[in-house]
Design a binder for this molecule. Structure first.
Ligand code: COA
Length: 254
């Protein structure tokens, strides 16, 4: 079975993380599949809304750390950047249903969704500093803007998880429901949207977000350059080595 499942019904394309044994962590191949699906959704008039979902126990553990070390994203055409640009420029409504942990890009991709529903077990985290890295997906621009600077600084500098209620309070999440209901709830909302005039949905989204797109893409590029450099530096090597060896990292000399 594929690690990413894509299914279209009644105008709604659903993209499902399906790699439970590795906590839905995302490999380059999975990013490529998702980037292609998003591009297809953008081009296909039969797709009016896209929903991202995981499992009721986990949304995504973020980048697959081993895969990331073996094939770090090296150019702007790398699958992860293609995927991020795809969701940042997507004209139709994008929804996410999040239950359980949403780590790293599992959280930052939500800044590019229009509606986010969370299970009451959802735990969002952006632990880039703890991995010797820096933010990605334009989260260094979008988190302060959405949360306010101090709350964004807490999320991005401390890198600790924050939970469904807090995520709703800062505006990342629209509604919190039981974990077993979150995918169904998002699906029902998506179907409501899919029944509305697509031209109006696209115009409304463009009017809300349009002027911002260049700044978001520029920030993604800037972050991508720093992220790529930092991946090869000692702090990230120590953090990733520690994860693979199942030990605590030691940053005392870095
Ligand atoms: N990359 C690669 N493998 C991962 C992974 C990741 N990001 N997250 C989890 N896994 C793997 C684990 O190595 C483990 O594999 P194993 O069974 O072969 O040992 C398996 O998934 C289960 O993970 P585990 O940590 O035992 O599950 P948990 O329920 O205790 O914790 C998380 C879940 C998501 C909180 C925890 O796995 C985690 O923190 N993962 C790392 C998140 C991260 O730093 N992501 C990178 C962002 S750039």
């Amino acid at each position: 079975m594929s690690d990413i499942l894509t299914h279209t019904d009644a105008g709604v394309m659903t993209i499902t993380f399906n790699r439970l044994d590795k906590k839905n962590s995302i490999t380059a191949a999975m990013y490529a599949t998702m980037a292609d699906a998003v591009a297809q959704a953008a081009a296909d008039p039969a797709v009016r809304v896209v929903v991202f979902q995981g499992h009721e126990s986990i949304f995504s553990a973020g980048n697959d750390i081993g895969d990331f070390l073996n094939q770090p994203p090296s150019t702007q055409e790398s699958p992860v950047f293609r995927f991020l640009r795809g969701i940042a420029t997507f004209e139709k409504p994008l929804l996410a249903a999040v239950a359980g942990p949403a780590v790293g890009i599992g959280t930052t991709m939500l800044f590019h969704c229009d509606l986010v529903y969370a299970g009451d077990n959802a735990a969002f985290s952006m632990p880039f500093v703890n991995l010797g890295l820096c933010p990605e997906a334009a989260s260094s621009l979008l988190a302060p803007r959405m949360f306010g600077y101090h709350r964004a600084a807490e999320a991005l500098l401390m890198g600790e998880p924050f939970f469904a209620e807090a995520a709703q309070e800062v505006g990342l999440v629209n509604r919190v429901v039981p974990p077993t209901e979150v995918n169904g709830y998002a699906q029902a909302q998506a179907r409501k949207l899919a029944a509305k005039p697509l031209t109006s949905l696209i115009a409304t989204k463009r009017l809300m977000k349009g002027g911002d797109q260049q700044a978001v893409l520029q920030k993604m590029d800037e972050e991508g350059r720093d992220f790529g450099r930092m991946l090869r530096e000692p702090a990230a090597k120590e953090a990733f080595g520690a994860f693979m060896e199942k030990r605590k990292p030691d940053f005392s000399k870095l």
